[in-house]
Design a binder for this molecule. Structure first.
Ligand code: SF4
Length: 420
């Protein structure tokens, strides 16, 4: 792997405004359809999940919060007993659950509990029907997309080993909406590459991993998962992320090159898709080109999104803030963004000062900052929406661009109405 050129990065360690890793449960529970996420937490955690996900529950929920009350502080054995009872009640009522995640949170009572031991104990008690794993979604340790990284990293040891004599295989890693996964799968099939996806839709369909596995990350925030897969012998392919036409083209090209697909075949499969996607970008490009955008750190998608906005839609990048800058995982992205102004971590007041001074046309930030900035006259885009929406691949490139164009269109409309 080529060395990443030395970057100028502003590192900040101050007050930050981000959701915690519990938020990842919102998209993980929809992906792994026989999994259940039992948050071991406080009423605050329950309220967060309820308000964020309340509107999305349409059948039996696949997550809940086991609330540790103050009285549990008196004895950890009580808390463990309570947790065992809550899990047993849940599993007796819901035989469809095959994988149970105990998800840790911030309260001190929870931190004192050893959830990995609890998971081992519960796994033994409920084997072979249910596997129990644990990970942390605590706001002290995680930003919101790290919840997915911790969840998938906890699953990696469960992946079966490759069969002896296995041939090279492609593993696409990162939670994607089913519709996007199906589209990407069709393109891999057209290229003649057999790809499997992790996480799978059913918890028993875990893909094998080993020295013949080539990993293509679909999300940029999976550093720990990638590290654990590499520990199992897998090799990660260097590629930008499949956001926008350029990112998606190079993402497929990285797989094609590794699996010996000819340039002619790659072009025959990818060019028509890319051309259609470029046409879909055009209306948004007209609105966004020449505009200035400022990213506050939130989703860890900031660098690939900034690359898309600047290189395909003609936007000027004022500052690209990200909670963590995984330079190895982002090396192919960073090579496409020479001279970009990057910041890692956050000191929210200082960053707000830089943003106000720069007066960008569009600010991409977390929900907590959007409303105050809108009141000040800035046009904003909620970054969390980019994680919840299907945005990867050729078919979604136009929609992804429109997500950024829409707030500017809305602001223009408000101004016209205010003047008339
Ligand atoms: S895990 Fe921590 S930050 Fe997240 S909702 Fe619970 S208490 Fe709040």
């Amino acid at each position: 792997m080529t060395a990443v050129p030395k970057l100028q990065v502003l590192h900040e360690r101050g007050q930050h405004e981000v959701f915690c890793g519990l938020t990842g449960i919102m998209w993980l529970h929809r992906k792994i359809q026989d999994a259940f996420f039992l948050i071991v937490g406080s009423r605050t955690c329950a309220h967060l999940m309820q308000s964020a996900a309340g509107v999305m529950i349409f059948a039996e929920p696949r997550f809940a919060t086991a609330i540790l009350e103050e009285k549990d502080l008196a004895g950890l054995s009580d808390a463990n007993e309570e947790l065992d009872k809550a899990a047993a009640r849940l599993l007796a009522r819901r035989p469809d659950i095959k994988l149970l995640f105990l998800v840790g949170s911030c309260p001190s009572e929870v931190i004192k509990l050893d959830l990995s031991r609890a998971a081992l104990r519960l796994s033994a008690a409920h084997a072979p029907n249910v596997k129990v794993l644990s990970y942390s979604g605590s706001g002290i340790e995680t930003t919101f997309t790290q919840g997915e990284d911790n969840c998938l990293a906890a699953l990696v040891p469960e992946l079966p080993a490759e069969e002896p004599g296995a041939s090279r295989s492609l593993l696409v890693v990162g939670t994607l909406p089913d519709i996007v996964e199906d589209q990407l799968q069709r393109t891999f099939e057209a290229l003649g590459i057999a790809a499997t996806f992790f996480p799978p839709r059913r918890s028993r369909a875990l893909p094998p991993v080993g020295p013949h596995t080539r990993v293509l990350l679909a999300q940029p925030y999976l550093a720990e998962t990638a590290r654990r897969l590499e520990e199992r012998g897998a090799q990660r392919l260097k590629a930008p992320f499949p956001l926008g036409v350029e990112g998606t083209t190079q993402w497929f090209a990285a797989a094609a090159s590794e699996f010996g697909v000819t340039h002619e075949k790659l072009a025959a499969v990818v060019t028509p898709l890319a051309e259609r996607a470029r046409i879909a970008l055009e209306p948004s490009r007209q609105r966004l080109s020449g505009k200035r955008v400022f990213f506050f750190p939130d989703s860890q998608l900031e660098v690939p999104l900034a690359r898309f906005l600047s290189r395909e839609l003609g936007m000027h990048l004022v500052e690209v803030g990200t909670p963590f800058l995984h330079q190895e995982l982002l090396s192919a992205e960073l090579e496409l963004l020479p001279g970009v102004s990057l910041s890692e971590g956050q000191d929210v007041e200082r960053q707000l000062g830089r943003c106000r001074a720069a007066k960008p046309d569009l600010v991409v930030c977390g929900m907590g900052l959007c409303n105050p900035l809108e009141v000040e006259g800035f046009t904003t885009k909620w970054s969390i929406e980019l994680v919840f929406s299907p945005v990867q691949g050729f078919e979604q490139a136009g929609d992804l661009a429109a997500l950024f164009a829409r707030p500017l269109a809305r602001r223009a409309l408000l101004q016209v109405n205010a003047c008339s």
